[in-house]
Design a protein around this ligand. Structure first.
Ligand SMILES: [Zn+2]
Length: 97
């Protein structure tokens, strides 16, 4: 069994996808169950759920930008290799500052 800290880490990685309804059913169910028992993750979820509607257009805008930068410096295409929830988590952290 996972310690509660490990479980919170796992859940938080999925929270953004959960807020955007992009998780598979089993993952979403695990998140729902965890949120019912963990007030810290629940608070995090409330925060993400509030910003989620704004994130999709933002993500599309960012993807456009990375396309335009292609001819510039030689950069690994990090943005496209992120999962959606990793991307949203990174944006949510910035927004929370
Ligand atoms: Zn938790």
């Amino acid at each position: 069994m996972l310690s509660s800290l490990q479980e919170c880490d796992t859940i938080r990685e999925r929270l953004a996808g959960y807020a955007l309804n992009s998780l598979v059913k089993e993952e979403a169910g695990a998140v729902t169950a965890h949120l019912a028992t963990c007030s810290a993750c629940h608070a995090e979820h409330e925060c993400l759920a509030a910003v989620a509607p704004h994130l999709i257009p933002l993500r599309e805008a960012l993807a456009d930008e990375s396309q335009r930068r292609k001819h510039g410096r030689h950069r690994p295409e990090r943005i496209t290799s992120l999962t959606l929830s990793q991307w949203v988590n990174s944006k949510a952290l910035v927004a929370a500052r």
